[in-house]
Design a protein around this ligand. Sequence first.
Ligand code: C5P
Length: 235
Amino acid sequence: MAEQDSTSRIALALDVPDLEAARRLIEQTREHIGVFKVGLELFTAVGPPAVEIVLNAGAKCFLDLKMHDIPATMGRSVARAAAMGVDYLTVHGSAGTDALDAANQAAGSMQLLAVTILTSLDEPSLRGIGFVDGPTPSATRLARLAWDAGLRGFVTSAHECASLRASLGDDAFLVIPGIRPTGAAADDQRRVMTPAAAITSGADMLVVGRPIRDATDVTAAASALALEVGLAFRP
Ligand code: C5P
């Protein structure tokens, strides 16, 4: 696969506090990145204009609000995101079947992504919130719940890719955060993997933030990532 095609396989997290910084990050990386993720920090700070600057750059917008609420609120909020022209939106699998069903009904052509288990949670922290089965069985169970509610996109760590694929098959779209190039700091992430290894494990799209945002040369870091991803997806 040429590097050109690989751009849609990388979502860059716009984890910055204002529109100016987001615009700069998009400009510095747009050649290599096809999807930009608007998360809690930027959306809380500036709201819908964050989505607009991504769409105006001709890129896809991934709105990462990790919705987790009652069914009526989920349905109405998902409908608002769809009306903004968002391409991908995250909801928590642990919101339960009725909320996932309401979200799915409201999504239209927008792709919903069910968050399974956060990549920042390791086994002891999972036990602390009552997930006693460990990351892989817990993530697979939540993904199955979302699948049965009609969702086909999932956010999980690369370590659970094989299990989700085995459970859900090739139609599942697997989105993987916790990506760290070899030698990069893990930061607060716990279940991490390199880009190439994540793709070999079955990832469809990678989410990357700090390894690019905090690089000395942001454009060079995005270019190197796109090259690695392009080579890894090549059949
Ligand atoms: O900087 P880093 O590459 O760790 O950024 C990962 C991004 O992916 C962050 O914006 C984070 O909110 C998001 N994310 C995650 N784990 C999930 C879902 C989303 O790290 N399960």
